[in-house]
Design a protein around this ligand. Structure first.
Ligand code: PMP
Length: 385
């Protein structure tokens, strides 16, 4: 007889995906809800990318690519890294690889760096895959408490680094908070990790969605990559171009690390989706600044409506806000999001992303009318208790 209890690994049993599933299940019962739970852009993929993907399929570019990515895409990624971070274009000590989503890069990095008993430091709150990298590798996950401003600073990180620490993950603009670290904060974190001999992984999947006050003179998000090359920069295309389902990301960092990650990609994901790789080569010339400006004004609407009623750390990037449930309500994040369902709004309780359940995440990647209706409903849920 097949008994799942005896067959499943303890690794599988340690990972709990119930929080997000529960939010989806509850939401599914509502009729035309204002869904502020979705972590993906609401705009369509730009035509240039769609056309390039279709062209690639029609021209039979449907087979495996090289494990580390189509050479033309790798070339254009080297250009982007040179332009954004000033990393030398032809330095053999650094390399790039194309991955199956940003998640693919995170998992490959964890596989090749972490042994059982090693320590991995992640921010709290965090993107839900980070804590799962512990059970996936046997490493111990150490949370860096970033409340109330959600900045994972060198000061907060330093006391957590031990001789067992191998990997530190930093994420800016952050999920679930939208908070962007400053250039100085990035510089200090990069220096600390270098001094202590630990690998810094910077998850920059939302880098394009960094709003005016935090963009540098090149129009980019602050990155530790501006302060060294002995780190792994992980970026993606899904959020920037609205093509999350195409599963495309990339990693740039020391050649020895990229080489090991490619080896593991060869025996796992094999390569990233071929037509998507062809499509994003065309993304190079696509200007997303109009969309980014629209998202900045949505962010402003969130702050205008919610900030007078509750604490919201300023989200200078991505498309999330992570407000604190007002203490006067005496409710957890889970209880408050359940109340929001009565107002036809779906949000995600903070406990899904954190050891604490005191906040809730909204995604403002939706059209302005629905966003305003949803925000006013949240305000009403706070005021009528
Ligand atoms: N990192 C962060 C911070 C994210 O929010 C997400 C997606 N929600 C990912 C990585 C994974 O992105 P992808 O779809 O490219 O795997």
């Amino acid at each position: 007889m097949i008994d799942p209890e005896t067959l499943l690994s303890s690794r599988a049993m340690q990972i709990d995906a119930s929080g997000i599933r529960r939010a989806f299940q509850l939401g599914a019962k509502l009729d035309n809800p204002i869904n502020l739970s979705i972590g993906q852009p609401h705009f369509p993929v730009p035509d240039a990318l769609k056309d390039a993907a279709i062209k690639a399929i029609r021209e039979d570019a449907n087979g495996y690519t090289l494990t580390s990515g189509h050479p033309s895409l790798c070339d254009s990624l080297r250009d982007s890294i040179a332009k954004d971070l000033g990393w030398p274009r032809d330095d053999a000590s650094i390399d790039v690889m194309v991955t199956s989503g940003t998640s693919g890069a995170l998992i490959l990095a964890a596989w090749v760096l972490l042994d059982p008993e090693d320590e991995l430091i992640i921010p709290d709150p965090n993107f839900v895959i980070y804590p799962a990298l512990g059970p996936m590798t046997g490493a111990k996950v150490v949370s860096c408490n970033t409340y109330p401003d959600f900045c994972m600073t060198a000061e907060r990180l330093e006391p957590l680094i031990t001789e067992k620490t191998k990997l530190v993950i930093i994420n800016s603009p952050g999920n679930p908070t939208g908070v962007v670290l400053s250039d100085g904060q990035m510089r200090d974190v990069a220096a600390l990790c270098r001094d202590r001999g630990v690998m810094l992984l910077s998850d920059e999947i939302y880098d394009l969605f960094t709003y005016s006050s935090m963009r540098d003179e090149r129009g980019r998000s602050p990155s530790p990559g501006n302060h060294g090359r002995d780190m792994l920069i992980v970026r993606g295309f899904g959020k920037n171009y609205g093509c999350t389902g195409w599963r495309l990301g990339y990693a740039a960092g020391p050649s020895w690390l990229i080489h090991q990650m490619s080896k593991f990609q060869q025996y796992s994901f094999v390569c990233a989706p071929s037509m998507a790789q062809h499509a994003v080569i065309a993304a190079n010339g696509v200007d997303m600044s109009g969309i980014v400006a629209e998202y900045e004004s949505k962010r402003n609407m969130v702050l205008d409506i919610l900030s007078p009623l509750m604490h919201v750390a300023i989200p200078d990037g991505a498309f999330y806000a992570f407000p604190e449930v007002p203490g006067s309500l005496g409710m957890t994040g889970t209880q408050f999001t359940e109340r929001l369902l009565e107002h036809n709004v779906i949000a995600i309780p903070g406990g899904v992303f954190s050891d604490r359940d005191t906040h809730f995440r909204i995604s403002y990647a939706t059209d302005d009318d629905r966003l305003e209706t949803g925000l006013r409903a949240i305000a009403k849920a706070v005021q009528t208790h």
